[in-house]
Design a protein around this ligand. Structure first.
Ligand SMILES: [Zn+2]
Ligand SMILES: [Zn+2]
Length: 596
């Protein structure tokens, strides 16, 4: 009997033993190759091999037989067709991708190895989305050496540029910007798409400063940016509110004669609005082609965030004259504008118009804004009726909006209903629950919990504030100690707090209030990030100059009161852009009229 016939006959246990022995004597790996080649249970053999490889810390790709299998991507498909049906569902690359994603959540390293084996056996070893998923999953499981090996293999074996670009795209999609950057660094050839993918990835992952840095690197490398590059960079500047950078990028775009499409036009309008220059936004809006709804949406949203509700309604009526149909985003903007200005009747009118005239089904966001608008203005029963009439499950944000309105208007009974709903939604630790489901292999439940976390905004988002001074942007977290000039900053901050107290400022220590809003929950209100940013601004700028602060969450009531008093004491204009809108503090008052 020849070796091949013999292999056909052997059972699983024997197969595993052969793998083990071959590994012990590394000279016999050739036999292993034959083993996989001719055995219908190749998946099992491969799993065994992968396990060995991982344990021995050898790169899977260094083994010659694995490399051979990579060169013949479809080689094993045939042999798999005769394998047990249990495996057949795992032959689809989308399924493999999902399995890896789940391993990431549960940190199930063993299954990662098995799945890696399948990926090789099925000839997907150079399949961009799976490669990205593998690299990221190994890194999540803290198996950095294997993650690195896969990365090295890819850079030396995949020579097609577009494939590499897709791998980078997939890496940034799952949030692995740093690994993507590493791969980017190893690439010998890059094109404008490679740069765009990396820059866009950093922006999508809210790493705007890094995105700007890469963009500058691109210019230094003499790669010509295109419209896609600018769309990402403009978005980055907008989110940072970095006016100086924004102006520079815009000027560069004009210099390079980049043609304006609706995406770029909308991005420019949004950028200037978010940088506090709504006047420039308006100017851009008047100058560009306005045949796409996105351009109008950007303008309406910008006006809403500046509390210019009437201007927003004017823009809305101009849409009709220009024959541009509003979409659901337009209504989010116009309802938010009404909400910021307390225009209840206008708000109701637009809400009705949306589904009666434009046949747009209201989404969660629209209901949220309406509940907020009605609740703040004291129409609590109407707000509650709207929640009850919603065709979908109301989320935590909506209940919180109602609760906060109940607090303002002292409606205890309704407030209790809202609290009951919130505590029901938030009962238990979501992360704990999700991990528990994962360990029980109950993936659908784990996924549901994660979706709930996402929808309800339960995921822990840390408050950050930043300030642009000169060419650089300084960022602060609550109770931050990381800044080089921290000592001086805290000294200034404490001085400012004392002065505010002398002027009658009392810190809000109502913890329940903190609990029902979405603001950051810190033990010490005095060191909220926007306070640190303001102290730094005072420290670094000359008296009388405007201070602009940006924040990723909503400003809390305590900071809001404090900023008002300080604008009077310091006789300075302080502008804070929070997640919702702009606050312009001057002479002890805020442009929002304490309504945000
Ligand atoms: Zn605060
Ligand atoms: Zn305000």
């Amino acid at each position: 009997m020849c070796f091949v016939e013999y292999i056909y006959m052997i059972n699983f246990i024997l197969l595993k033993q052969i793998v083990d022995i071959s590994f012990r004597r590394r000279k016999n790996v050739k036999n292993l190759y034959t083993l996989i080649q001719f055995n219908s249970n190749s998946v099992i053999v491969m799993e065994r091999i992968m396990m060995k490889v991982q344990r021995s810390r050898y790169s899977a790709y260094n083994l010659p037989f694995l490399s051979d299998s990579l060169r013949n991507p479809n080689f094993f498909i045939h042999s798999l067709s005769s394998s047990p049906s249990y495996y057949s569902s795992f032959t689809d690359h989308r399924v493999l991708h999902r399995v890896l994603q789940r391993c990431k959540v549960s940190m199930d390293f063993k299954t990662v190895g098995k799945t890696h084996a399948r990926i090789i056996v099925l000839g997907y070893a150079a399949y961009p989305s799976l490669v990205a998923s593998l690299i990221s999953t190994y890194a999540t499981c803290r198996k950095f050496h294997i993650s690195h090996q896969v990365l090295c293999y890819i850079t030396s074996h995949v020579s097609v540029l577009f494939k590499m670009n897709i791998i980078i795209e997939n890496l940034v999609k799952v949030g692995e910007c740093d690994i993507a950057k590493k791969l980017f660094g190893k690439m010998s050839v890059r094109d404008v798409v490679t740069w765009n993918t990396l820059i866009g990835g950093y922006v999508k992952n809210s790493r705007f400063l890094d995105a700007l840095r890469i963009f500058k690197g691109m210019l230094n490398a003499k790669v010509e940016p295109d419209g896609f590059t600018f769309a990402s960079v403009i978005t980055g500047c907008a989110r940072l509110g970095a006016l100086r950078n924004a102006k520079w990028v815009h000027a560069l775009m004009v210099e390079k004669r980049i043609e304006l499409n609706y995406i770029l036009s909308a991005a420019l309008i949004d950028m200037y609005a978010k940088c506090g220059r709504i006047d420039v936004s308006k100017q851009v809006f008047e100058d560009v082609k306005r045949d796409h709804v996105s351009v109008w949406n950007a303008m309406i949203n910008g006006l809403a965030s500046h509390g210019l509700a009437l201007d927003a309604t004017v823009v809305f009526s101009r849409m009709e004259l220009d024959n541009v149909l509003p979409d659901y985003v337009t209504f989010i903007g116009i309802l938010a504008a009404c909400s910021h200005a307390g225009l209840v009747e206008e708000g109701r009118k637009y809400f009705d118009m949306m589904h009666n005239r434009f046949l747009i089904q209201p989404q969660l966001e629209h209901y949220g804004t309406m509940v907020d608008l009605l609740g703040r203005s004291g129409f609590l029963e109407d707000a509650y009726a709207m929640i009850k009439a919603m065709p979908m499950e109301p989320d935590v944000v909506i209940w919180r909006a109602l609760l906060s309105a109940c607090r303002t208007h002292r409606k205890k009974e309704l407030g209790e209903i809202a609290i009951a709903k919130i505590s029901r939604v938030e009962s238990g630790d979501f992360v704990l629950l999700s991990n528990m489901y994962c360990s029980l292999n109950n993936w659908s439940s784990a996924e549901r919990v994660r979706q709930m976390m996402k929808k309800g905004g339960v995921h822990k988002k840390r408050g950050k504030s930043w300030i642009e001074l000169g060419d650089s942007i300084h960022q602060f977290k609550a109770a931050d100690q990381s800044h080089a000039e921290m000592k001086a900053i805290y000294r200034v901050l404490e001085g400012l707090i004392q002065r505010a107290k002398l002027e009658g400022f009392t810190p809000l220590t109502d913890l329940v209030l903190m609990d029902v809003s979405e603001e950051e929950k810190e033990e010490n209100l005095s060191f909220h990030s926007e306070k640190l940013a303001l102290a730094y601004g005072v420290l670094k700028s000359s008296p009388g100059t405007k201070i602009r602060i940006f924040k990723n969450l909503r400003i809390c009531q305590d900071c809001h009161n404090w900023m008002k008093i300080l604008s009077r004491i310091l006789q300075r204009e302080i502008i804070v852009r929070d997640r919702i809108r702009f606050h312009q503090f001057e002479g002890g008052f805020c442009s929002c009229g304490d309504y945000w």
